[in-house]
Design a protein around this ligand. Structure first.
Ligand code: PEP
Length: 249
């Protein structure tokens, strides 16, 4: 039985004050749940504040991105070693906004993924198709291609220390979540691709759904056999919504 994860992705949002209020607000639900792990991925500038607030609580924290180097002349970047020093557990890799606005490729995502694992962090590999790709029936091809560098080059065993987030690009921030059937179908396909390499790893890996998850649709999504929780954007900034998603898990 895989444990659920409810993970927030704050994106480029927050102030010192709103971070304090949000974490204070979601803490009781995170402390009460026995069935889910709760985590927040924050902009780097807030990670120190988050780490102080969440130390000795059940909420884990993480970052939204990392550089492919550990140190050096790479102005503006944050390395996995820095994230580790500030207590991060998870780091998002290849979120569609990074792929779209920062030109991240499947190969660069695999590089980041490997470096994170090398430094004891858990990569959350984000994959998913655009609307155009779905409408032209290419969803499975896109998923296969995005997973290929990890499955074929780094090796299936690396998924023992990673999380996958299936996030259809057309569902992110649009208010139009995938239906439970659509999401389950792709999650099952992801697990099948992994099972072709290792049935054991496929059974164990947590595959989160992301894309307009709210309190109102979380229960039915989480009831699907292959959906192991959610990566939550907009609703992760609203205490009542994030609470409801934690309770649904
Ligand atoms: C995300 O940014 O990962 C996400 C799923 O966003 P939203 O929940 O707002 O669609």
């Amino acid at each position: 039985m895989r444990r659920k994860i409810v993970m927030g992705n704050w994106k480029l949002n927050g102030t010192k004050e709103s971070v304090e209020a949000l974490l204070t607000g979601i803490l009781p639900a995170a402390q009460a749940t026995t069935t889910a792990d709760v985590a927040v991925c924050a902009p780097d500038i807030f990670i120190d504040q988050v780490s102080r607030k969440l130390a000795d609580t059940p909420i884990a924290w993480g970052a939204e991105n990392n550089d492919v180097h550990t140190s050096g002349a790479y102005t503006g970047e944050t390395s996995p070693t820095m994230l580790k020093e500030f207590g991060c557990t998870y780091v998002l890799v290849g979120h569609s906004e990074r792929r779209q606005y920062h030109g991240e490729s499947d190969a660069s995502c695999a590089h980041k993924y490997a470096l994170l694992q090398e430094h004891g962090l858990i990569p959350v590999l984000c994959i998913g198709e655009t609307l155009e790709e779905r409408e032209s029936d290419r969803t499975n091809d896109v998923i296969r291609k995005q997973l290929a560098p990890v499955l074929n080059d780094l090796g299936v065993e690396t998924l023992k220390n990673a999380v996958i987030a299936y996030e259809p690009v057309w569902a992110i921030g649009t208010g139009k979540a995938a239906t439970k059937e659509m999401a389950q179908e792709v999650h099952a396909f992801i697990r099948q691709l992994i099972a072709e390499k290792s049935a054991e790893v496929a059974q164990g890996v947590q595959v989160l759904y992301g894309g307009s998850v709210k309190g109102a649709n979380a229960v039915e999504l989480f009831a699907q056999e292959d959906i192991d929780g959610a990566l939550v954007g907009g609703a992760a900034l609203i205490v009542e919504e994030f609470d409801a998603i934690i309770k649904a898990a």
